[in-house]
Ligand binder design. Structure first.
Ligand SMILES: Nc1ncnc2c1ncn2[C@@H]1O[C@H](COP(=O)(O)OP(=O)(O)OP(=O)(O)O)[C@@H](O)[C@H]1O
Ligand code: NI
Length: 266
């Protein structure tokens, strides 16, 4: 392989120009082609800010310093084409008055220059790939007719419709119950492997991240405090904060009766 797919260099972000606190501070991070990288950290640590920055989706009012290089060039990736993005809430990314087949077909039509018949065939094939039952019917369904897990499968199909080289999933499974969450994680793993996509998986759940990722980056208050192979970070964390995240998680698994309240997203 040639160089990294994405190189993040000395990246700092604040949402208000007069702000003294940074949402991201001096981040250096590479994403290799085909790599699965998880970003973990508690609420407000800057995970989504990083994901949005990589996708070029930060609000224009944000002050961004440093560089994000795409395939070694300073040129911006084409949203939807080079990068697919899946958010926590599929209802926010899917148009409520558009049939889901059309929603997916539109991505192929726009970015792959396919005519509508081709794009619709691609949509059908993608609905199969994300393992929706009866894809021929789902093609004509509207988002509100689907379950949360099914909507998230549709959102994933739309995100990968143009064959991006990077898939970003920001808490893509956090709103789902545990069983559906595991199914979606397995699906994401399969899709990135089949298509050779790199994955940026944002989660506050360190165990889920470890299941899916080659490497884990731990964020705390806008800084990256640890970066390493998933196994190493889980088995021999270097930073006290990572140990704390692990302890909180292991404590929860081992002693469900005395699980601390407030664990997880607030
Ligand atoms: N649009 C925004 N305008 C102003 N401040 C923001 C905005 N988005 C995020 N922030 C602030 O930037 C910091 C990092 O937020 P970010 O959403 O990146 O954290 P996160 O790790 O994704 O948290 P969560 O797990 O809750 O999603 C927080 O202090 C947050 O309040
Ligand atoms: Ni977030």
């Amino acid at each position: 392989m040639t160089g990294p797919l994405v190189s993040i260099r000395d990246l700092s972000v604040t949402y208000r120009r007069d702000a003294t606190s940074f949402s991201l501070r001096n981040i250096d991070l590479d994403i290799a082609p085909g790599e699965r990288l998880a970003i973990i950290g508690e609420s407000g640590s800057g995970k989504s800010t990083l994901a949005l920055a990589v996708a070029g989706l930060l609000p224009p009012t944000a002050a961004v310093n440093g560089a994000i290089l795409w395939s070694g060039q300073l040129q911006l990736p084409r949203g939807g084409r080079d990068i697919g993005f899946v958010f926590q809430d599929a209802s926010a990314s899917l148009d409520p008055v558009m049939a889901v087949g059309r929603e997916i077909a539109e991505v192929a039509h726009t970015h792959l220059d396919q005519d509508w018949a081709q794009a619709e065939r691609r949509a059908l094939e993608l609905l199969r790939r994300v393992k929706l039952p009866d894809p021929g019917t789902v093609l004509h369904a509207y988002p509100h007719q689907l379950s949360g897990g099914q909507r998230q499968r549709v959102a994933i199909a739309a995100a990968i419709a143009a064959g991006p080289r990077l898939l970003i999933a920001d808490e893509a499974t956090s709103a789902l119950d545990t069983i559906v969450q595991a199914e979606i994680v397995a699906l994401i793993r399969q899709l990135v492997a089949e298509d050779g996509m790199a994955l940026l998986f944002v989660s506050h759940d360190i165990a889920l991240a470890a299941e899916l990722a080659d490497r884990i980056a731990v964020f705390r208050r806008g800084e990256m405090v640890e970066l390493g192979k998933a196994n190493a970070v889980i088995q021999a964390p270097e930073h006290a904060y990572t140990k704390k995240l692990l302890d909180a998680h292991i404590g929860l698994d081992a002693e469900p009766m005395i699980a601390p309240v407030g664990h997880g997203h607030v």
